[in-house]
Ligand binder design. Structure first.
Ligand code: MRU
Length: 309
């Protein structure tokens, strides 16, 4: 299953807002459609928005748009995942945006396979692995980073089990990671986010593998809730790994200088389309948090397992 397809000069994106109820594609005929898809989370996950952004530049190029202006518009769609900026800059620097986007599409799949190969080496037969959010095939072109590690361990014949945090407010763990694991017939359980610490205290979790939106000096930015999982993992001695491609690294920057996206209040005030709090409730909705480097056992990349920055 590919999260995106390039067909007839259009970008087709699995509409991730509809999974698990429907598997449908959102068609991007121009770069503005891609920006809409990124902003509305039709496509999400750091590597996936990077590759989608690369195709957005290619669509704009085919339409003869002013690429400098378009690049700035695309970069303004979401602030935290560095892959978006990396991908736009890379395509802008090439002579043929479409060829470069197609190259990055294939590269993403190969990178994730390689992350999986290295990551499988830290997973033991019989392990239960907890993951947060969705760093799976849906967050990339295919295979996934954190879920790529889990897929690779399963392909290596290890009998593993997976625990997916629900991942409020948008439920990427519940809706997307659980669905992906079920498609692969990998045994999976779902918990509410606040159960993660208790599961570790009970000895139910052997490893944690999550993805990242940015790896920078001092730590990693990933989906809100990652920090609490990492703190509990330290308390209960559970190794906490991050799986991420080198395109997620931003080594010159302090992680504390990275912009953390603040999203709309309705994501918190509603769940599954139902209001769960009074309309006028004041809300904070940071989409990501920061896991400091000392809580991370290793960063699983396509080049091997690296120390955090
Ligand atoms: O807000 P999202 O769904 O784009 O957040 C995604 C995550 O936090 C992922 O863990 C991260 O992008 C890594 S995806 C391989």
């Amino acid at each position: 299953m590919k999260t995106m397809l390039w067909e007839d000069n259009k970008l087709l994106l699995i509409d991730q807002t509809k999974i698990p109820d429907e598997l449908t594609y959102f068609t991007c005929k121009n770069y503005k459609d891609v920006i809409t898809a990124i902003k509305t989370m039709v496509v999400r996950g750091a590597p996936a928005i990077g590759v989608a952004a690369a195709f957005a530049v290619a669509l704009a190029d085919e339409a003869g748009e002013n690429l400098e202006k378009v690049a700035e518009e695309i970069k303004a769609s979401r602030p935290t995942a560095v892959n978006l900026f990396w991908a736009v800059d890379r395509v802008m620097a090439s002579d043929s945006p479409l060829d470069k986007a197609l190259e990055m599409y294939q590269e993403d799949i190969d990178t994730n396979r390689s992350i999986g190969k290295y990551g499988s080496s830290v997973i033991n037969d019989g392990d239960t692995i907890l993951t947060h959010c969705n760093a799976g095939a849906l967050a990339c072109v295919d295979y996934g980073t954190a879920l790529g590690v889990i897929r690779a361990a399963a392909e290596d014949g290890k009998k593993i089990k997976v625990i997916c945090d629900e991942t409020r407010p948008l439920g990427q763990g519940a809706r997307l990671s659980v669905w992906e694991m079920q498609q692969e017939n990998i045994p999976v359980k779902m918990i509410v986010d606040s159960a993660a610490g208790y599961m570790m205290q009970q000895g139910e979790v052997d490893k944690i593998v999550i993805g990242a939106d940015r790896v920078a000096k001092g730590g990693v930015a990933n989906k809100i809730g990652s920090l609490m999982v990492a703190l509990a993992a330290q308390r209960f001695g559970v190794p906490f790994y991050v799986a991420a491609p080198m395109s997620t690294f931003d080594p010159e920057k302090s992680i504390y200088d990275v912009e953390i996206e603040e999203r709309g209040s309705e994501e918190v005030l509603c769940y599954g389309g139902c209001r769960i709090a009074p309309c006028d409730t004041e809300v904070n909705n940071p989409a990501f948090d920061i896991v400091p480097s000392d809580l991370i056992a290793g960063i699983i990349t396509e080049k091997g397992i690296l120390d955090p920055l």
